[in-house]
Design a protein around this ligand. Structure first.
Ligand SMILES: [Ca+2]
Length: 210
């Protein structure tokens, strides 16, 4: 019985230490804008006609040579929280070139998102392609040391000659544990085997010389 209990304890310990980290912070309310832009502020403007499927967050018009952001409400995070961040963006027709959009996440050192800490962004998306939903991803984003709050940023950047507009949809923050890059290493038995091969090689070389 003691052995059985010890086994259970060992199994529990193994379960605890091998379970992947699950971040409660990797959830974003209303990233699909099905019926409104609740949970988003600043440039947040609901567009019922556009979307993939219908319903999206229209950001704009952003003034010439400026940038405008729609921000999600402040989310609670903890240092080390790792999530993947992705979305889709569409530039309407009739926009001049030189406008762009960029998905990002802002981290704050407080739970009300008032003290900015750092920013992670996806590569910028050019508006050279219009009326097409373009996927964009910031990949895996990790809350830095000291982070307590975070906001998603749906950014639109206007060029020097015309205001800019873009629609955002399917903003998704999901649990994605950061996988460490495996370092190629030989295990001890491999090292023994390697030592044996080297010794044999040396022996063969010596015999060939004599
Ligand atoms: Ca939608």
């Amino acid at each position: 019985m003691r052995g059985f209990t010890a086994g259970l304890l060992l199994l529990s310990a193994v379960t605890i230490f091998t379970a992947p980290p699950v971040s409660a912070a990797c959830t974003l309310p209303n990233g699909t804008f099905d019926s409104d832009v609740s949970g988003w502020s600043n440039f947040a403007d609901f567009d019922a006609g556009r979307g993939n499927p219908p319903g999206s967050n229209h950001v704009g018009p952003v003034p010439i040579s400026n940038s405008g952001n729609s921000w999600s409400d402040c989310m609670l995070v903890a240092p080390g929280d790792a999530c993947t961040l992705e979305a889709e963006v569409l530039f309407p027709t009739g926009e001049n070139a030189n406008a762009a959009a960029q998905l990002g996440i802002l981290y704050y050192s407080d739970a009300t998102c008032s003290s900015f800490l750092s920013l992670e962004v996806a590569p910028g998306v050019s508006n050279s392609v219009q009326e097409v939903w373009l996927p964009t991803s910031a990949g895996s984003v990790v809350a830095p040391a000291g982070a307590q709050g975070a906001r998603i940023s749906l950014n639109v950047i206007a060029g020097p000659t015309q205001t800019a507009n873009a629609n955002w949809d399917n903003v998704l923050l999901s649990t994605q544990p950061v996988e460490s890059v495996p370092v190629p290493m030989l295990d001890p038995s491999g090292l023994v085997l390697l030592a044996g091969v080297l010794a044999l090689g040396g022996l063969v070389a010596l015999r060939a010389r004599t």
